[in-house]
Write a protein that binds this ligand. Structure first.
Ligand SMILES: Nc1ncnc2c1ncn2[C@@H]1O[C@H](COP(=O)(O)OP(=O)(O)OP(=O)(O)O)[C@@H](O)[C@H]1O
Length: 220
């Protein structure tokens, strides 16, 4: 089966003063439809850097990323943004919501950016899925931390992505909300989406079909 996401020998360097930090050192990874892959590793191991490169938000300095059979890396920003809008849902711990738009408008925007005629879940249905019925007219600033992550998940799912990438989505959640978010990620994978989650949570690694451990920018 062709993987939904394929990354080959990714390298990423940063400069901190005179020092060079090697955040990713030859990481290869693939995620197939229906898999839930957890990325773990100590703080500073390179998890967020890896996910940013896989989502086309950041450009690796070496290696390549392919999503849904298309090359995502070494592409102009506009091409990466289009591929992301069409194929990838991204959920960050600190929100993927535009602060000046209501939750409903955030969801609709993600749907419009996809520019496809495939039927979408309606805004109300997406809000119900994440347990935020009737909150479409709220602004992101009016939501609690847990509600904000769930609204972010509704936005990440709004384009019906083949690939869902979530960076520490349950990091600051209470146990009940963590379980809800995890259940949604598992259900999404069971429905055929390729799901990649960076997380320190044991509940997430226990629910994953595969765990990739990162240490010092290398995958074990
Ligand atoms: N923009 C940047 N400039 C300089 N160094 C960076 C930058 N982004 C990341 N790094 C460094 O790259 C390494 C990997 O960072 P990254 O945030 O990917 O780790 P992480 O595994 O996600 O950590 P955490 O679990 O704490 O979020 C760290 O040494 C970090 O300091």
């Amino acid at each position: 089966m062709t993987p939904v996401l394929r990354a080959e020998r990714l390298f990423r360097f940063f400069h901190a003063g005179d020092e060079e930090v090697l955040a990713l050192c030859g990481v290869s990874l693939q995620v197939e439809a229906g898999e839930l892959v957890a990325v773990t590793g100590p703080s500073g191991a390179g998890k967020s850097t890896l996910l940013s490169c896989l989502a086309g938000i950041d450009e690796p300095d070496g290696g390549s990323v392919w999503v849904a059979g298309r090359r995502l890396s070494r592409q102009p920003e506009a091409v990466r943004a289009t591929l992301r809008a069409r194929h990838i849902g991204v959920l960050y711990q600190h929100s993927n919501l535009l602060e000046h738009l209501t939750i409903g408008r955030n969801i609709r925007l993600a749907q419009q950016l996809r520019q496809r005629r495939a039927p979408h879940d309606g805004v109300d249905a997406l809000l119900a899925t994440v347990g935020l019925d009737g909150r479409g007219s709220a602004l992101p600033g009016d939501l609690s931390g847990g509600e904000s992550v769930r609204a972010g998940l509704a936005v990440a799912l709004a384009n019906d992505p083949a690939m869902l990438i979530a960076d520490e989505p349950t990091g600051e959640l209470d146990e009940i909300t963590e379980r809800l978010v995890l259940r949604l990620l598992v259900a999404r994978a069971a429905a055929g989406t390729a799901v990649l989650v960076a997380s320190h949570s044991r509940a997430v690694t226990a629910a994953a079909s595969r765990v990739v451990h990162l240490r010092d920018g290398r995958a074990a």
